[in-house]
Design a protein around this ligand. Structure first.
Ligand SMILES: *Cc1c(COP(=O)(O)O)cnc(C)c1O
Length: 457
């Protein structure tokens, strides 16, 4: 079946191709860190799907009815209606993005020495857990680490690992269990409804709350509809509501499936937790009816949350990501399978088997692709996740060495995907010439945002 974008273009934003010489200089100045490159110097930007969404004309119109009153603006009440209708939650606070929602929840729940099990922590989630003195644990099923395993739900929590973990650590030291929908770090893979229910059962057995990191709730729901027996006749809306019914609350970066450029949510069922969250919100984000956002942003979010569950949109969205992934796979490029919701992940251990993890092969790939074709991607291997063991001084490298080609929502056409596929295929042909990088500067937390590198000879 041929898919075409279920929208037409009303406003265009020109993008510019630079020359190879320009990009050489740009890379040097940026310390071979693509986060440091000016967006204007990028032709196609696949760094992230976060906040890069294109809004609909309804959302742009919504900005005009932003009510910028300090307290009680009408757009908050619209958002409240949508949160109730879509997710079934009465208590929530808006935040300016996902991480303040995490910060507030974790400040209220994690004590030093606590453990947080997750299928796989997203990097900001991991950093916030550590920041509160907690220990993040990734308990995803083993299939998630097998990049070509066709398991339809590689975001699933390993139930035996989870129960073993709780028995070992003790429920008292686990303030909540988290499930990341979809599993961004592991490949954008969904979590099945069956698994969500199982995790809920374990949570109940040990009296531990269950929170979702729900940035991609709609993509997760669509993949359940597509892949999980018993869900093909349910609407995405019904599936979202059912998913959420098993949680005690969620954090949400609305910069993903909120279809906005800024926004976040923290929702919960516990009224006391809600009251305390509002206090921290006032301290850090703003009054509870705006939470660090303008009234117009709340309106765009309320509209975006309803647009994202439109199944014509989701079918096209998932198809576009798959289109790129299958094109790459058909050219022999090692990509993680099945293709998940928002990105195609290239397996760098197989793309660059001659570059050891100590030389950041993920970033070597990403910087080379930029040099050759002006495309920006996200290095999510040793560059983002290598950690130093404080006692032994030894570096621990992540099991997965991935580069993420992340597709912004409603932004690029399939012609852009063709260009990307061709550029990566060309790079693959000369992969033997790609060498590694060494670090010349690195901060302590979230290195990949601001480290500087230089090529090794
Ligand atoms: C983006 C993201 C976050 C953090 O949200 P921000 O809006 O970037 O602060 C947390 N969890 C997941 C799974 C994400 O994708």
């Amino acid at each position: 079946m041929v898919f075409a974008e279920p929208y037409r273009i009303k406003v265009v934003e020109p993008i510019r191709m630079t020359t190879r010489e320009e990009r050489e200089k740009i890379l040097e100045e940026a310390g071979y860190n693509l986060f440091m490159v000016k967006a204007e110097d990028i032709f196609i930007d696949l760094l992230t799907d976060s906040g890069t969404n294109a809004m609909s004309h309804y959302q742009w119109a919504g900005l005009m009815i932003g009510d910028e009153s300090y307290a009680g603006c009408r757009n908050f009440f619209h958002l409240q209606e949508v949160v109730k209708e879509l997710f079934g939650f009465d208590y929530f606070v808006p935040t300016h993005q996902g991480r303040p929602a995490e910060n507030i929840l974790f400040m209220l729940t994690i004590r030093a020495g606590d453990y947080i099990p997750n299928n796989m922590h997203f990097d900001s989630t991991r950093a916030h857990v550590i920041d509160k003195g907690g220990v993040p644990a990734d308990l995803v099923i083993d299939e998630a680490y097998e990049l070509e395993n066709e398991h339809p739900f590689k975001g699933d929590m390993d139930i035996d690992k989870l129960e073993g973990f709780i028995r070992k650590i003790g429920a008292k030291k686990i303030p909540f269990i988290m499930l990341t929908l979809t599993n961004n770090t592991g490949g954008g893979h969904p979590v099945s409804m069956g698994n969500i229910k199982e995790v809920r059962r374990i949570a109940d057995r040990y009296g531990i709350p269950l929170f979702f990191d729900a940035a991609r709730f709609a993509e997760n729901a669509y993949l359940i509809k597509e892949r999980e027996p018993g869900y093909s006749d349910k609407s995405v809306k019904e599936i979202v509501l059912e998913m959420m019914s098993y949680s005690d609350g969620f954090t949400m970066s609305c910069k993903k499936d909120g279809l906005v450029n800024i926004g976040g949510l923290l929702a919960m069922r516990d009224k006391r937790l809600f009251e305390r969250a509002k206090q921290l919100l006032i301290l850090m984000e703003g009054f509870p009816t705006y939470g660090g956002l303008a009234g117009r942003d709340l309106e765009a979010l309320a509209i975006g949350l309803k647009e994202v569950i439109d199944e014509a949109y989701l079918a096209w969205r998932i198809q576009q990501v798959r289109y790129l992934g299958e094109k790459l796979r058909n050219s022999g490029i090692p990509v993680s399978f099945p293709i998940g919701g928002h990105a195609v992940y290239v397996d760098i251990k197989r793309f660059l088997p001659h570059v050891p993890q100590s030389l950041f092969p993920d970033n070597a790939f990403a910087t080379k692709l930029y040099l050759e074709a002006g495309i920006r991607t996200a290095a999510l291997g040793s560059t983002a996740f290598a950690t130093e063991d404080k006692e032994t001084g030894k570096i621990r490298y992540p099991e997965l060495e991935l580069v993420r080609l992340t597709i912004p929502r409603r932004v690029y056409t399939n012609s852009h995907m063709d260009y990307v596929a061709e550029a990566v295929t060309e790079l693959y042909k000369k992969r033997d010439t790609i060498k590694g990088l060494r670090v010349v500067y690195e901060p302590e937390l979230l290195r990949h945002f601001s480290a500087r590198f230089e090529p090794v000879e």
